[in-house]
Design a protein around this ligand. Structure first.
Ligand code: MN
Length: 269
């Protein structure tokens, strides 16, 4: 469909009807927040990210006879979560760099999914390279400006210690090279980059120049990150819409969130 040929009112109305009829499907890209979900572990000299914790206030009992509710605590970067530019030193002075300042229109956009699942299965330190991006574009077309680019690795299917995959020399998990992030940010003007792993960078991302290139280049350019994504194997390479709206935490550097994608239903195609 050529969006430029259709009036916005008709476009939104048609989308709403397509959602109601099931012709457009909603895919949940979010893991369940619970105390067992792994969080990133930094070397011991650094401060650490807190896991999700929940305490019962009442459960239809003497503490509240007709209601049940909880207090919860966690790090901004726990579970499926959003990284804002202010998360990284390169983005500390970016305008609108914290989650409460990001304009709402930035939370909804087109999404490209690069399937790296075979490579990540063969090599847990698999690198997303510019050559892989260019091969993907030869098949699916150029990555549009303001797209989310998601790196599918099927890492979300891992459980327990396999997820962080820590060894004596740190975590081992796939991620993009510095050249790849530069290409996506400067060459394609992407809005953000998302992964199934605990960070947008590879487990061994400290060893690149600069260290943690996804964090450094994305946030320095005012772009965003998504981590601990789920169900990326249910997304088409192109043609889906991503909705990722972090909590409006004042000066927040990130936030757990519900990430969803709108995709054409297979039944309706
Ligand atoms: Mn994060």
């Amino acid at each position: 469909m050529n969006v430029h040929a259709q009036k916005p009112a008709a476009l939104i109305g048609d989308l709403a009807l397509a959602l109601a009829s099931g012709a457009v499907e909603v895919i949940d890209l979010t893991h369940t927040l619970d105390p067992d979900f792994p969080v990133i572990v930094l070397p011991p000299e650094f401060g650490q990210c807190a896991r999700f914790r929940m305490e019962e206030i009442s459960a239809y009992d003497h503490r509240g006879p007709a209601w049940k509710w909880h207090n919860f605590t966690c790090c901004e970067h726990t579970g499926t979560h959003f990284d804002a530019p202010s998360h990284w030193i390169s983005g500390r002075d970016v305008p609108n760099g914290s989650v409460d300042e990001i304009p709402a229109e930035r939370f909804i956009g087109p999404v490209c999914v690069i399937d790296c699942s075979a490579g990540a299965k063969a090599n847990e330190d698999f690198e997303l390279t510019p050559q892989i991006i260019e091969a993907w574009e030869a098949e699916h077309g150029r990555i549009p400006a303001e797209s989310w680019v998601l790196m599918r690795t099927d890492w979300s299917k891992r459980r327990g210690a396999e997820y962080l995959n820590m060894r004596e020399d740190g975590a081992h998990s796939p991620g993009p090279t510095p050249e790849t992030v530069k290409l996506l940010v400067d060459g394609r003007g992407i809005r953000g980059f998302g992964t199934e792993t605990v960070g947008t960078d590879a487990g061994q991302g400290a060893h690149y120049t600069p260290p943690y290139p996804a964090h450094f280049f994305l946030h320095g350019a005012g772009r965003y990150g998504l981590q601990c994504l789920n169900n990326l194997d249910r997304l088409p390479p192109t043609g889906a819409m991503l909705i990722a709206t972090p909590l409006k935490i004042r000066n927040g550097t990130g936030s757990p969130l519900r990430v969803i994608a709108l995709v054409p239903s297979k039944d309706a195609q």
